[in-house]
Ligand binder design. Structure first.
Ligand SMILES: Nc1ncnc2c1ncn2[C@@H]1O[C@H](COP(=O)(O)OP(=O)(O)O)[C@@H](O)[C@H]1O
Ligand SMILES: O=C(O)C1=C[C@@H](OP(=O)(O)O)[C@@H](O)[C@H](O)C1
Ligand SMILES: [Mg+2]
Length: 170
């Protein structure tokens, strides 16, 4: 894994951690192109994430997401991922090979205050699984793949963006 090839910055973290929002600001700040893997999934499928979960189940969404990751061959982009990307080891190994991975670590209570559409934003979880359980299950995975972790407690999106910029300079 050479540093030269890792020209992208990929954001990972829970739904509501700010990957899509902060990713766009970062792309503007760095004059880089932006891609959101959720948009790639929706355009390749011609349907919404929630529709995939409702019709075909969360495991199918994770399978589609893995293929989208494996097909991603951009350079110098800011990549916002979906919260469930970390379930694919193959997908994450590929993402690591082309990107510096930044984990936006946001507390459960903050996530809860930001998310009000649990039933429509297409969260890829087992039907009986609580959001809190998902948070605990994934924390270890985000940490495992992260090159950089940004603790977002009490930070605005612009402040989070600045922390990311600082961290990648170092
Ligand atoms: N640092 C922040 N402080 C407050 N609200 C934020 C912050 N980052 C993101 N948000 C808000 O939280 C919501 C979820 O953000 P989003 O970027 O969609 O997260 P993700 O892509 O990680 O699921 C949006 O309404 C966004 O404006
Ligand atoms: O965490 C999840 O299970 C998911 C989060 C969504 O993205 P965001 O993290 O941008 O909300 C999207 O990828 C997908 O519907 C599954
Ligand atoms: Mg998003």
């Amino acid at each position: 894994m050479t540093m030269e090839k890792r020209s992208n910055i990929a954001l990972v973290g829970m739904p509501g951690s700010g990957k899509s929002t902060v990713g766009l600001i970062l792309a503007e700040e760095l004059s880089r192109d932006f891609v959101d893997t959720d948009s790639l999934i929706e355009s390749s499928q011609g349907r919404k994430l929630q529709h995939i979960v409702d019709m075909d189940g969360y495991a199918e969404l994770r399978r589609i997401e893995e293929n989208i990751l494996l097909d991603l061959h951009v350079q110098n982009h800011i990549i916002a991922t979906g919260g469930s990307v970390v379930y694919s080891q193959r997908g994450m190994t590929h993402l690591q090979s082309i990107s510096i991975i930044v984990f936006l670590n946001v507390e459960l209570s903050d996530l809860r205050s930001r998310i009000h559409n649990y039933d429509s934003r297409g969260i890829a979880k087992r039907p009986e699984q609580s959001f809190e359980d998902l948070f605990r299950e994934r924390f270890e995975l985000y940490t495992r793949y992260a090159d950089i972790t940004i603790d977002g407690a009490g930070l605005s999106k612009e402040e989070v963006c600045n922390r990311v910029l600082q961290a990648i300079k170092n």
